[in-house]
Design a binder for this molecule. Sequence first.
Ligand code: PLP
Length: 563
Amino acid sequence: MTFSPQEFKQQFPLFSQAENRDLVYLDNAATTQKPGCVIDAIRDFYLHSNANTHRSSHRLARRATDMVERVRAASACFLGAQSPREIIFTRGATEGLNLLANSLCRGLVAGDEIVLSTAEHHANLVPWQMLAEQHGLVLRFVPDANGVPQIDRIAEVLSPRTKIVSVTGGSNALGFRTDLATLRATLRATLSQRDLRWVVDGSQLAAHDVVDVAAIGCDFFVCSAHKFYGPTGIGLVYGREALLRDLPPWQGGGEMITSVDLLASDYADLPHRFEAGTSSLAAIAGLGACIEFLGKQDRRAMAQHEQTLLAYLHDRLSKVPELELLSNPRNNLGIASFVHPRCAAIDIAQWLDGRDIAVRVGHHCAQPLLHAAGHTATVRASLVAYNSREDVDRLIAGIEELLQQLDDTAEPQPSAAGSSESAATEAYPWQPDDLSKLDLDALCNQKNWQDRYRTIMSWAKVISRKDQIRTTEHLVQGCESSAWLVHRQEAGVHRFAIDSDSRIVKGLGALLLSQIDGVSEGAVAPSELHQIFDELGLSQQLSESRGNGFRALVQRAFDLMDA
Ligand code: PLP
């Protein structure tokens, strides 16, 4: 059966909004768009069934309760669980993993071990770190090659003290799948007799695969609905019933008890003992619609389309000069991750955003993996079934256009004054750049944001590369890309120099320095700089992290002046 991404896409109302007609959405690993039926189900819940569940005998409460339990049963089928009692609703995968970490570690003793991998999303790392600290547990990691876990070597880190193995089903940063079949075979062979618990973080799997926890063979499986076309605010934890029965609850509160005394309580039966408080009821309604929606799709044809498209994406990216691809299309969950030596990842993403192409940039909440791969940030393009070859072509055209523009406006060479061999080494290893041609009034008078953005990018050109200041000492914390700032006092005025691997940060740095370089003590206040930033519309147009980066530069500049 052939699959039409165009027809599939028509079921997603966001794409038919006038403002989104040209949108290329390649940020699906962060969250997918929602089909109309999911949006309708959320609205219908509030229109026809809105009441709290379980606690009341009235008609609406019964309807809401029935809906929740129906969706629980559908979720059990969706994941291949044996019973709805094996399904716990959480706010998302993060909460699910926190639940498991807290409940599973409760009975462990100092020296017990937890095995994780370098590829984990922070959501499957930080909770275990917190519990390890609390209980004196030891975290061990699957051997890896440049961060990629070598699952076939996991036996090397298993020991009689291993109590939990918690690994991702696939990397959200680089896309590679975990070899769960090998993992299952190893765990069975090595530890069949033991009280080891196996958790799979399946957050990235369900959009692409039909999940079957029985076939995977894990004890616990966690995912978030928003990653597979469902709403935000609802996640699923699957747990083997026999194991859940013995697991202590994590959070306490209403709904998870049968009776409460002043000093003790009896907990409710499965699965409600793990669902303290009011659940995200409308989101559960949306999840139900999402599962029904996916049930009507030809999942095999969808997966085939995604794989073909992913191969095409990697092929096109591999032909972009100098671009370094960190991902591989084989055994991959729809993700291409890349960097370019001449352009910071954040600048690529910002440029693409200007062409209405949505990608993600940064460490993707997988810092250990990116560090092991030798990077702090990548550009990530992630596909699902509504993406098409046209989307890939637009992405590639956008990148090529950016690289062409970089060729046309090559970075200034280190100035003689800024070079390490220069006369400047006598007193200081750096000289300030010449900012005299930067005209703030002209920038402010520009009518639209695009022109201002272009001007700020062109201001980056006055900032020369200064290898001598690119040190940890001068690194400004809080900027998404690396930025280095230095200061000295000279004849009663403050002198600064800046460098960055990002052109937009250099441009913002030039803007900042145009106001503070060469001024005397107290001549300018941080609030004036923030005001300029706001009046230029930068706070609305740049991402929050960029705004924070600018504020971090301002803060560091004034700290240096005060020092
Ligand atoms: N695990 C993985 C592999 C993920 O990709 C994500 C989200 O990106 C999470 C966990 C956390 O999911 P959520 O933010 O929905 O809780």
